[in-house]
Design a protein around this ligand. Structure first.
Ligand code: NZQ
Ligand code: ZN
Length: 400
């Protein structure tokens, strides 16, 4: 086995009516003055914000709720919330929503704990050394932020905007309330984008530079098979409890590190993560839905890097889709085709033209590649390290 460190401290409260335990969880982790972060209107319309607020107040907690987080969450929104949370004297940050809300809550928690810093400092190299406790009531299965050590924000005060992530154990939620019924109001597109993202959090770890932990591979392959089976059912039948609960648990397990134990390469993260970097650059410039950016680039990335380890792609095809082809290269290609069929069944794009609604020009692709490489100052990926020219080639290969 390859060496690993595994740390996953988030308490999971899963199942119907789990949200009734929100106050008990906040108290357990020391909260008294709870700053609730939410998104647009979905959690207000469903009555969830009212129910959570009532649950907290009935249990003697002080509450201030503030909404307005948008998908591809903005640092400007988080800055506003930091001011509100400081004025309120918050000692606990509760996210009610999905990845965008949770990541904003994480940023708010760090900046409230260290008000001498601007929140973007932490996304620009300043180490997070303390934070407020954070909890989550999850309303969409996708980003896995409820269990991950990551947070991703877009700096909309820069021109062009830039979207960046940070990894720190201070990003770990104390608890995650996960009631699959809360995800049944999601638009089909968001269920599909979520099921794509969940697949990708496993793929990014599965196609890694360092491999060799058998159980890790088996867990990853089981997760792939589960999300490939239940993802499309969730899109077709959002009120199917079995499907929505399997998707929800896949979302957390997929991004809690379990599917990549022992795959740590020479980057500080487990896994490869090139597709996420390719996708985040697109979201920064076009505000595209995260999961959809990943499905648009995945096959082109696979074909570009496959020669590094064709056997790995062949194993993926055989274990996930039951491909019987004996030739590794043919099996690998069959796995890529089947995955694109899965993405299509989720209603997701499999090219940049489908994602953006137009075929991007060479100039547009170069602009995205500049954002992806932080102005040509970095490479991405560990399965195969990719520099600016590689990235341009991959974007061109999925242009239409
Ligand atoms: O804003 P509201 O009105 O709530 O609508 C949201 C939003 O439009 C809606 N929604 C959420 N729950 C709903 C609902 N609509 C109806 N019923 C419900 N129950 O769904 C839309 C998308 O929400 P968002 O939070 O953006 O989705 P997701 O969870 O996919 O998060 C995406 C963000 O997370 C980042 C992505 O880059 C992106 O910014 N990621 C964060 C990660 C992490 N922290 O570990 C890892 C991921 O790889 C990802 O990068
Ligand atoms: Zn993701």
């Amino acid at each position: 086995m390859e060496k690993f460190v595994y740390y996953a401290p988030t308490e999971i409260v899963f199942g119907r009516e789990a949200e009734l335990q929100t106050a008990a969880q906040v108290k357990k982790y020391g909260g008294h003055k709870v700053f609730v972060v939410y998104g647009g209107q979905s959690a207000v319309k469903s009555g969830l914000i009212d129910r959570i607020t009532a649950n907290l107040k009935e249990n003697g907690l002080e509450v201030l709720a503030e909404g307005g987080v948008v998908p591809n969450p903005l640092v400007s929104t988080a800055r506003r919330m930091v001011q509100s949370a400081l004025a309120f004297g918050a000692d606990f940050i509760l996210a009610v929503g999905g990845g965008s809300v949770i990541d904003t809550a994480k940023g708010v928690a760090h900046a409230v704990a260290s008000p001498e810093h601007d929140i973007w400092d932490f996304w620009s190299g300043t180490k997070v050394t303390k934070s407020l406790p954070i909890g989550t009531v999850l309303t969409i299965s996708a980003a896995g932020s409820e269990t991950s050590n990551s947070a991703v924000l877009t700096n909309d005060t820069k021109e062009p905007p830039t979207k960046r992530g940070i990894n720190t154990d201070f990003n770990r939620c104390r608890f995650a309330i996960m009631n699959p019924e809360l995800t049944m109001t999601l638009p089909k597109y968001q269920i599909g984008a979520g099921a794509a993202d969940i697949f990708m959090h496993t793929s990014e770890r599965y196609f890694a530079a360092i491999l060799g932990n058998h159980l890790t591979d088996e867990i990853a392959e089981g997760l792939f098979r589960t999300i490939v089976h239940y993802g499309p059912i969730g899109v077709r039948e959002p009120d199917n409890y079995e499907a929505m609960s399997e998707i929800m648990w896949c979302g957390s397990v997929s991004h809690v590190g379990l599917t990549g134990l022992g795959s740590k390469g020479d980057t500080p993260r487990d896994g490869d993560w090139a597709c996420h970097q390719l996708g985040m650059a697109i979201s920064a410039l076009y505000d595209s839905t995260h999961g959809a950016t990943l499905t648009a680039v995945w096959a082109a990335w696979c074909r570009y890097v496959m020669d590094e380890n064709v056997g790995r792609f062949a194993r993926f095809a055989r274990k996930v889709y039951g491909v019987t082809e004996e030739d590794d290269r043919k099996a690998a290609e069959a796995g890529i085709v089947k995955t694109n069929e899965y993405f299509i069944s989720l209603g997701m794009p499999v090219s940049l033209a489908e994602l953006l609604g137009h075929e991007p020009s060479d100039e547009e692709i170069e602009k995205i590649a500049v954002e992806c490489t932080y102005d040509r100052t970095r490479t991405i990926g560990s399965f195969k390290s990719l520099a600016y020219d590689d990235i341009v080639a991959i974007y061109r290969n999925c242009r239409n």
